[in-house]
Design a protein. Sequence first.
Length: 352
Amino acid sequence: MSQPVATSTPLYLQRGFSLLLTIAVGVVLFAVYFGQLSRTAAADSETISPESATSREPAQNAANDVARNSRSVAWGDVDGDGDLDLAVGNGQDFDKSPRGNRANYILRYENGRLIERIDIPRNNRRDTRSVAWGDWDGDGDLDLAVGNYGDRNQVYKNENGSLVPAWESVERFDTTSVAWGDVDGDGDLDLAVGNYGNRNQVYENENGTLLLDNQYGWESSDQLRTTSIAWGDWDNDGDLDLAVGNDTDLNQVFENVSGVLQLDLDNEWGWQSPDTKATYAIAWGDWNNSGYLDLAVGNNGEANQIFENQQHRSNPISPLSPAIEFDDILQVFSRRFSHRTTSLAWGDWDND
């Protein structure tokens, strides 16, 4: 098994509106994503494993004995057999040249094991930072978007459980995050792309073709150091809005106004964070059961945060207000945790 640099990895268990530290064991490098697979949370080549509460054993897989620099993972049923398979995106190997490590790959779940079946084609030299499943062509199976740093982004079409190259972007931006979402409400998935130091983008899906210059194609006016993006209906108006996490820039929410993403604080469209953090991860989740999505923010070298959605309240000062900083929880563990957060995910870990 490969040996990543070990860091203590906390898992926070919600009790009421408080987050309690319950797990301080495990290794997470760049990505964490919850899925229903033997009640296991997968994170790169290691799995969070608690010292207390009910034991969840790591899922063994054929990739663990291969040294890779994995940056992103995503669960999805690629072969339509009813269980979740794992897409793994591999980033730059800093000890080798040219860019890129091993090929991205799919681990298929069979007989209680994740088994490496096939490398994703035409991607073995690219520095992948993000992978995301979505049925982009509406044929009922999951296709895969791949975001590459300094290279063309890609979509792989699912043909009977095999991934076939179907689309590449024209641009070669430093992409750090990709996410599927129906921005224009037409029933098909559009592709949001977060870029580090360049414009963020939404490609409109027009009958299986991704377009920037169409009616609902979009590029941000700013060029920030974006590290993470996430779709969510933050204002409960029935369409998807886009949260953007930025490294040493203000974090943002672009509000969906009739299919067009807007950040206009004078018109009360969207949101900006009150301060600048080295944000590397964001995720929507209703942590206080208010019916509105709150925003979790993971910061590299700084306190992680949860911003509570205030839009259900009368005359809120801000639509998203700081509710908690994880340093408040972890101050007694300050020697054990470096807070170099690169990924986070909501999930009902204890089934409460």
